[in-house]
Write a protein that binds this ligand. Structure first.
Ligand code: TPP
Ligand code: MG
Length: 283
């Protein structure tokens, strides 16, 4: 990847992170940890990979995004607004009465949202259905399914994965956000997923590992995944919960914190730093 493209992607990540934190800062709380761990992924997807038309969100030729870990909705909204699906003004209405941006995505409310999610596990089946429809219609579009590592506790994920593997449904690119934490602690302490790489492989998936904090690594993994035609495909995205927000990275309560005064000070400083990065054209 050339330097300019990388710079653009990093700038995109800074913008999504800034807008997401602004939304949560305004609200006073939010699912910060899991929103932050998909920021770089969303930047690469919306800047470089996805086919979409913001003027016509339901365009028949689009790629689909299913954010199965729906609690990370605000990061998706930031990406959609920054890429022209709706006015960035909307972002200030997150989760307010009558908003078109509920905390968890609703495909009937928000332009660019392809699946209603929030009840963990369900998006995996929706993505499998979309993938099968593309297969039947012989379309070359893709479904990008973003699933949480804690979400994998849901049995429904494994039914959907078995279906994808059986049908070699490479139309669906499964992306696991492996941030090693779920709602109130580490995966290994709550429900050990064991070795996710081996587990997905044994389920019949072609598994690609990527550094979810590095746009170039994500881009390469997505390119590679797009070329897989003989099996189901999964990207194991190595991330950190609350990545990019040092104040929250190592904190137990980084899933959905309520912000106190100290947190607000940190967030304000970080938002300002990100604003400068966006204006300077990236790190
Ligand atoms: C079916 C269901 N059970 C429980 C919840 C509550 N819940 C919301 S987020 C979450 C933790 C999810 O962990 P993970 O998938 O690892 O998300 P991330 O770390 O990316 O935030 C839980 C249990 C839910 N939304 N849906
Ligand atoms: Mg997690």
């Amino acid at each position: 990847m050339n330097e300019n493209k990388l710079k653009e992607l990093k700038r995109g990540s800074a913008a999504i992170r800034m807008e997401t934190l602004r939304m949560m800062r305004k609200k006073g709380y939010g699912h910060l940890g899991g929103a932050m761990s998909i920021v770089e992924l969303l930047s690469v997807l919306y800047n470089e990979v996805l086919r979409y038309d913001p003027q016509n969100p339901s365009w028949d030729g689009r790629d689909y995004v299913v954010l199965s870990k729906g609690h990370s909705g605000p990061a998706l909204y930031a990406a959609l607004a920054l890429h022209g699906f709706f006015d960035t003004e909307w972002l200030g209405t997150l989760n307010d009465g009558g908003t078109r941006l509920p905390s968890h995505p609703d495909r009937l409310k928000t332009p660019g949202v392809d699946a209603t999610t929030g009840s963990l596990g369900q998006g995996t089946s929706v993505a499998a259905g979309l993938g099968m429809a593309l297969r039947i219609e012989e379309k070359d579009q893709k479904v990008y399914l973003i699933v949480g590592d804690g979400e994998l506790n849901e049995g429904q994920c494994w039914e959907a994965f078995q279906f994808l593997a059986h049908h070699k449904l490479h139309e669906v690119i499964v992306i696991i956000d492996h941030n090693k934490r779920q709602l109130d602690g580490k995966l290994t302490e709550i429900m050990n997923p064991f070795d996710l790489n081996k587990k997905m492989e044994s389920f019949g998936f072609h598994v690609i590992s990527a550094d979810g904090q590095k746009e170039e690594s994500i881009y390469d993994a997505l390119q590679q995944a797009g070329g897989v035609k003989d099996s189901a495909v999964c990207i194991l995205l190595e991330t950190e919960k609350a990545q990019g927000v040092p104040y929250y990275v190592d904190r137990e309560d980084n899933h959905a914190p309520k912000f106190d005064e100290a947190a607000n000070r940190e967030l304000d400083a970080l938002i300002e730093e990100l604003r400068m990065q966006v204006e300077d054209g990236g790190k």
